[in-house]
Design a protein around this ligand. Structure first.
Ligand code: SF4
Length: 177
């Protein structure tokens, strides 16, 4: 990575380091200590660092770092786009592309690049025409939970650490029906 960064800088590419922190960058835990050591190894290149990027309690982070994420009661009033590093479904600024070509807006698949041009998928994207998205936008996570229950899914959302975690789990299960 160091060599890659060195050459990228030499060629004038706009690169920066993007460290992820457990709890936050000021918390003195073993992972942050190691991250600081890695950053120090890049010191001579004088690269900018991004700020923030605290690891969220979901997915693999919960599997391996759960002791740093004490469980709090889930705040069901949080709306789509209000959690850190997230965007509301009707104000999207990033998409992701899965290895199988699925074009994803956050936790939702909106098309497949092998079947349709990405421009066309994005042009026709309207979250208010997709029932699950519309429900989430208008009725929040509880609305999406009721929607999933109506489809026969039994999901205990109180076990999740965040509304986004609950949303991803529900959307994932809906996609498997
Ligand atoms: S995970 Fe769900 S609730 Fe969170 S930003 Fe994405 S779509 Fe909205």
């Amino acid at each position: 990575m160091y060599e890659f960064a060195r050459v990228a800088k030499e060629y004038g590419l706009p690169i920066r380091l993007h460290p992820a922190w457990v709890v936050d960058q000021y918390d003195e835990n073993e992972y942050n200590l190691r991250t600081k050591q890695v950053l120090h190894a890049f010191h001579e290149l004088e690269l900018a660092h991004s700020k923030g990027n605290n690891i969220l309690p979901s997915g693999r982070a919960l599997d391996h770092l759960s002791k740093y994420f004490p469980k709090k009661e889930l705040d069901l009033t949080i709306k789509c786009g209000q959690e850190p590093y997230s965007s509301k479904l009707d104000d999207v600024n990033t998409i992701s592309i899965a290895p199988g070509g699925d074009i994803c807006v956050c936790s939702f698949v909106i098309g497949n690049a092998y079947q349709e041009e990405i421009d066309s998928i994005l042009d026709r994207y309207n979250p208010y025409e997709i029932p699950e998205m519309k429900t989430l936008l208008e009725d929040g996570i509880m609305g999406l939970h009721r929607y999933a229950s109506g489809k026969g899914l039994d999901i205990d959302i109180s076990e999740f650490h965040s509304v986004c975690g609950a949303c991803r789990a529900i959307v994932d299960k809906l996609a498997r029906i």
